[in-house]
Design a protein around this ligand. Structure first.
Ligand code: CMP
Length: 140
């Protein structure tokens, strides 16, 4: 089943200069990048994006991390894209991430964990339009 997911190459990975390597893994993984842009989020934008975590102890620190530099949100499309992108990313905490996953290879900590991916279709339905207008998404 063809599906779309929202991916973000986070500020730690952009700052390290590994965004291109991560995009290569995305393309090699059989995903089509339908939209992508480099943005530097404001605190309000980060807080809105991660609103589901507003009561978590790491919320303030997470929002501060996500605004420390530019990040690259993308819309990925492919068969079973939500679960497959999560598999390619690896576990949230890189200490638990499997060999060969993006987080194992590029993440620094549970917070600075290189990439983000929607965790369910309903989440993708909120996250994709959070960053992209329909005219910025290029089906093909
Ligand atoms: P992400 O997949 O973007 O979803 C929420 C983010 O919060 C997570 O990746 C991490 O960057 C960050 N985070 C920081 N601490 C934790 C934690 N203890 N558990 C889960 N996520 C955390």
């Amino acid at each position: 089943m063809k599906q779309r997911t929202l991916a973000i190459i986070k500020p730690d990975a952009v700052a390290k200069g590994v965004a291109g390597k991560i995009m290569a893994r995305i393309e090699e993984g059989g995903f089509t990048i339908l939209a992508a842009k480099l943005i530097h989020m404001t605190d309000a934008q980060a807080r809105g994006f991660y609103i589901v975590h507003k009561d978590k102890p790491f919320y303030a620190s997470l929002c501060s991390f996500m605004t420390q530099g530019p990040c690259i949100p993308m819309v990925l499309e492919g068969d079973n894209a939500i679960a497959r992108w999560r598999d390619l990313m690896g576990a949230t905490n890189p200490a638990n991430a499997a060999a060969g996953t993006i987080r194992k290879d590029f993440a620094s900590s549970i917070e600075a964990n290189a990439v983000h991916g929607s965790d369910a279709p309903e989440t993708a339905a909120f996250e994709i339009p959070y960053f992209f207008a329909s005219l910025e998404i290029h089906p093909r």
